[in-house]
Write a protein that binds this ligand. Structure first.
Ligand SMILES: Cc1cc2nc3c(=O)[nH]c(=O)nc-3n(C[C@H](O)[C@H](O)[C@H](O)COP(=O)(O)OP(=O)(O)OC[C@H]3O[C@@H](n4cnc5c(N)ncnc54)[C@H](O)[C@@H]3O)c2cc1C
Length: 455
């Protein structure tokens, strides 16, 4: 749907044609790779930067996501406080909050229109158990420095005024989220970096990243030639396990999405979302929705299986059971949907073993990496790309001491443990939601999850 609604489909770019020598070679033309390229080019316009992309720019998660540009982070702020201290946790919160604004400012300054609307985000309470969970989350967040500008509780009337979904008894609302059209953002970014002199080579699959040493500069070997550079950046997120030396660094988790045709204005008169607020509820198996600028509903969710050996394949983008569940969830939330739901897609996001994002640069080896944003990568990849550009340029900024810098999560377990563990976790989250829905009480697993999430 995102690609079908682009005003102008992007023209294909040529693949790499033989060996190349540049200052910085970036593997992957998603948000991470492209933001890194943009900030490097802004910092030093004379830098020779090449981006190597296996498919087309934006073909990965960046061009397929749910379009939440949020200040969310996949690790709880209580864990960040425990491991890095309060000041660092608060600095991270501020950087993420600022990131929601900066993404818009920088995109605009580069001439990118991505349907950005900062309407905030609602986590709806649709049962007593969900309301209790959200109240406890609010209490926890207040203790971690969240003020009324960050998060407020809306009572049933105020919540329903913003989003009149079924069974809403209240909601947590944060203004720190915007709805965006991800394909407009990522294709706009690709054009912006090209305008700044960066070359993107499409249909160019990198088969290995070879670190440098005292005698040799690092190199990205590809199906179309080898690229020598002072720095090679790995920005491949959910696809990372296909590269040697990184097979267990990240697991690809699939998230799936459905979207409606354009809905009549009478629908939104009834349902609200007047400011294109993003929405979800407090279930365990995450769902995420937005109203698009052209008045569709987009709803994504987890529940697709993890595939043995961290495989990524286009056939995994479609799971009929998950699509059917997302469609029925739309009806469950909003009653009859007066338009078809013709769009279904999915894609891999990346998760490290402890769900913590990372941004690292080893100057001696000439290798930089960033990723591990789980489902919160729209703003985080912007922050990560900007931070990578700082690190590569050798400048110290307020970003270069954030907790994801230098973070080196341990590898995932070998198979079959990985497959068993991840799929058991997905199943347990689904069962916990079902049990909660049928009994009205949190299951033992739900209580354990709540404790893990810090609430
Ligand atoms: C369905 C879905 C919904 C999501 N919804 C949201 C959301 O609403 N909000 C949010 O914040 N986050 C969301 N996310 C997560 C977010 O989209 C990602 O975290 C973010 O886009 C990651 O950007 P990236 O550039 O690191 O990775 P990607 O966009 O995946 O880019 C990696 C690129 O590397 C290329 N590549 C891979 N291997 C190679 C190779 N060997 N050689 C050359 N190129 C290679 C790929 O083709 C791809 O283009 C969602 C993700 C998915 C899949």
């Amino acid at each position: 749907m995102w690609w079908a609604t682009l005003e102008q489909p992007p023209a294909p770019r040529a693949p790499l044609d033989g060996d190349l020598d540049v200052d910085v070679a970036i593997v992957g033309a998603g948000f991470t790779g492209l933001w890194t390229a943009l900030f490097l080019a802004r910092h030093d316009p004379s830098l020779r930067v090449a981006v190597l992309e296996a498919d087309v720019a934006g073909a990965g998660a960046s061009g397929r996501n749910g379009g939440w540009a949020s200040a969310l982070y996949p690790v709880s702020f209580s864990r960040i406080e425990a491991t890095h201290g309060r000041d660092t946790m608060l600095a991270l919160r501020a950087a993420l909050r600022d990131g929601v604004t900066e993404l818009d400012e920088i995109a605009r300054s580069e001439g990118i229109d991505c349907d950005y609307e900062r309407g905030g985000s609602l986590t709806l309470a649709r049962s007593a158990v969900q309301a209790a969970r959200l109240h406890s989350q609010l209490e926890g967040d207040r203790a971690l420095g969240a003020g009324v500008d960050d998060l407020v509780w809306l009572d049933a009337a105020a919540a329903r005024e913003r989003c009149a979904a079924t069974d809403v008894s209240g909601a947590l609302f944060t203004p720190q989220c915007a709805s965006v059209h991800p394909a407009k953002l990522v294709t706009g970014l690709a054009s912006a970096v090209s305008r700044r002199g960066v070359t993107i080579y499409e249909q160019t699959t990198v088969t290995a990243i070879e670190p440098g040493d005292r005698w040799r500069r690092p190199r990205a070997r590809s199906t179309r030639g080898a690229v020598r550079a002072d720095v090679v950046v790995r920005a491949t997120e959910g696809y990372t396990p296909s590269l040697p030396d990184a097979r267990r660094a990240i697991v690809p988790l699939y998230s799936l999405v459905v979207a409606t045709e354009t809905l009549p204005s009478s629908f939104f008169d009834r349902v609200g979302l007047a400011h294109r607020e993003t929405f979800c509820d407090a279930r365990h198996l995450i769902i995420y929705g937005q109203r698009t600028a052209d008045d569709r509903l987009v709803l994504g969710g987890r529940g697709a299986p993890y595939h043995f050996g961290s495989r990524v394949d286009a056939s995994f983008d479609a799971e009929p059971d998950v699509f059917a569940k997302l469609e029925s969830t739309l009806v469950e939330l909003f009653g009859e949907i007066p338009a078809g739901i013709p769009f279904h897609w999915g894609g891999p996001l990346g998760a490290t073993r402890d769900f913590s994002p990372y941004v690292r640069f080893e100057r001696e080896r000439g290798v930089a990496v960033a990723g591990g944003y789980v489902g919160d990568g729209v703003v985080m990849s912007h922050l990560a790309g900007r931070t990578l550009a700082d690190l590569i340029s050798g400048v110290v900024t307020e970003r270069t001491s954030l907790p994801f810098v230098g973070n080196t999560p341990r590898d995932w377990e070998p198979e079959p443990l990985r497959w068993l563990g991840i799929n058991a976790g997905l199943l347990a989250a689904d069962l916990a939601d079902r049990r909660e829905a049928s009994t009205g009480r949190p299951s033992g697993f739900a209580r354990m999850l709540d404790r893990l999430h810090g609430n």
